[in-house]
Design a protein. Structure first.
Length: 365
């Protein structure tokens, strides 16, 4: 057997061999990555800094994640002449910081949804659930399947998923405390142990009266019908979940497609026309970063939180307003309008009838 190719015997036994396979994306050392970047017209002024950045953030995150913004021609690999590695690194840091801001306020929205859903479920169906009854057929149980709408065809699956969150998370500190010291696990305790997506599903199977309560608690409008408000809230929650998940997994949140779209008429009305009809038709605020900022201001229902959101955004963008990244300003990089901060400020003023400066001063006292 000496001298024979070991890969032959691997293939003979039906085991895939990679020894002689050429892969589209082979492993590269950090030095090879730097060489590849230079071939793609990326200027590297400090190679040790670049290698350290690659070891912390990966080539894909730093280079491929932003290539559509800086490519000479889309579909090619060559960056615009003059693109600097340090600028790509800075944009990555700004991207992470912006996502952290958005994530923080989506968590506030998630908490608000959980509070509102648990409140109306408790009021309508009580606070008792049998932690061992996975069938959800006890009419005294707030997770009794007939308490919920059958219109989606998913109510049984969803209430069972909710019940499983109690069964599978019984070692969770909060759940365990209630199991050991209380005679029931109320809805507002259950919400501590369910993800945002399942909370949205719970809201989706509420019957008309309960769903209307939640929707009205989020959205007040004299011109939009309840059905229009429900549609906006549904899409806004789904879009928020998508952004939350992408941010949590370290994915970028600009120049992406395939997301839930905010309905036009409701967005224009609820945002006090922060976006024009023409801008929306051209893709602005349908499901991009501006859309998530606007829906957060609309749904958070807290002037101090909204004032702090704008303060966080201003602190992030202001130092870079005069800086150009290959002839693109910071707002263009993230596909935001140059006056995004003013649009958000005006929306806060319009919704809360309170000058932003006053809200900020009160939130800091």
């Amino acid at each position: 057997m000496t001298g024979e190719n070991p890969s032959y015997h691997c293939m003979e036994r039906g085991i895939f061999s990679f020894m002689n396979t050429e892969y589209d994306k082979p492993f590269k050392t950090y030095d090879e990555m730097l060489s590849l970047m230079e071939k793609r017209n990326i200027i590297i002024n400090d190679k040790e800094f670049a290698k350290n950045a690659l070891s912390n953030l990966s080539y894909y995150s730093l280079i491929n994640g932003y290539k559509n913004t800086f490519l000479q021609v889309k579909g090619t690999d060559d960056f615009i002449e003059g693109t600097k590695f340090e600028e790509l690194y800075t944009i990555n840091q700004l991207d992470v910081s912006l996502n952290n801001i958005i994530f923080k306020y989506i968590l506030y929205l998630e908490r608000s949804l959980k509070s509102k859903v648990s409140y109306i479920v408790s009021q309508s169906f009580g606070v008792y659930t049998d932690k061992n009854d996975i069938s959800c057929t006890d009419s005294n149980d707030y997770l009794y399947y007939k308490n919920y709408s059958s219109s989606t065809g998913k109510r049984i699956d969803i209430v069972k998923k909710l019940k499983n969150c109690i069964i599978e998370n019984h070692h969770n500190n909060i759940i365990e405390h209630y199991i050991n010291t209380k005679n029931h696990i109320p809805p507002w305790i259950l919400t501590y142990n369910i993800p945002f997506g399942l909370t949205i599903e719970w809201y989706s199977i509420l019957k008309n009266a309960e769903k209307s309560y939640v929707c009205s608690a989020f959205i007040s409008s004299e011109t939009l019908s309840m059905d229009e408000r429900k549609e906006f809230l549904r899409q806004a929650l789904l879009l928020s979940r998508e952004y939350r998940n992408k941010i949590a997994h370290g994915n970028r949140t600009f120049n992406i497609s395939g997301l839930p779209v905010l309905p036009k008429n409701q967005l224009l009305e609820l945002s006090h026309y922060a976006v024009s009809s023409e801008e929306y038709n051209n893709g602005l605020a349908q499901c991009d970063l501006l859309s998530i900022l606007l829906l957060l201001v609309i749904l958070l229902n807290d002037k101090y939180l909204c004032a702090n959101l704008l303060s966080d955004l201003t602190s992030l963008f202001a130092p870079y307003e005069q800086h150009l990244f290959n002839n693109k300003n910071i707002y263009e990089i993230f596909n935001l309008p140059n006056d995004v901060l003013m649009r958000v400020k005006n929306l806060i003023d319009n919704i809360y009838n309170m000058p932003l400066e006053e809200a900020l001063s009160q939130s800091n006292t």
